[in-house]
Design a protein around this ligand. Structure first.
Ligand SMILES: [Zn+2]
Ligand SMILES: [Zn+2]
Length: 170
């Protein structure tokens, strides 16, 4: 199951819609688990890796994935080509990811791009790699066209994620 943990306040209806999108994309249950406080001493822009290490107390069962959602900016990441704005971060094959809705007034306005980034980072948790299909959420997220796409996967990535989810359950 996908547990969405908010680090800032969001509208319940918008969160429910967001969770439904995750459910549709992965075919596993998704729910808003609650809002957690960030430990003090974490300035904006947030260091995504530090946040993943710092937030405690989220109860996760063996095959659960936890997605943190914040409206605060994440620190830019260093790429070989320079720095790029970060919309999300995850540890490949592990159980936690974080995404930001910074730059959008709320989840209604930012629904598609934020959900697309969520699919992308959750995809990495289920060991999906980047995909060459620009319509797919596993397309490299720093590309200019990424935010315009739909929060869906191509057939290949969808099948691969289903396979990984089945393996994790057995
Ligand atoms: Zn990626
Ligand atoms: Zn794909």
């Amino acid at each position: 199951m996908i547990r969405v943990v908010t680090l800032d306040s969001y509208d319940d209806k918008q969160l429910a819609k967001f969770s439904r999108t995750l459910y549709t994309a992965f075919g596993v249950g998704s729910e808003h688990t609650g809002q957690f406080e960030l430990p003090s001493g974490m300035p904006e822009p947030l260091d995504a890796e530090k946040v993943l290490d710092a937030v405690k107390g989220v109860r996760a069962y063996k095959d659960d994935k936890v997605l943190y959602l914040t409206s605060r900016k994440l620190k830019e990441r260093e790429l070989p080509s320079g720095t790029a704005p970060t919309n999300g971060f995850s540890r490949f094959g592990k159980d936690k990811a974080i995404i930001t809705s910074a730059g959008y007034k709320d989840l209604e306005v930012g629904y598609k791009p934020v959900a697309r980034h969520a699919l992308h980072q959750l995809g990495h948790l289920w060991e999906l790699h980047h995909c060459l299909d620009p319509r797919c959420s596993m397309y490299p997220p720093w590309t200019p066209s990424f935010a315009q796409g739909e929060p869906t996967f191509c057939t290949f990535c969808r099948e691969k994620s289903e396979q990984k989810i089945r393996l994790a359950k057995s």
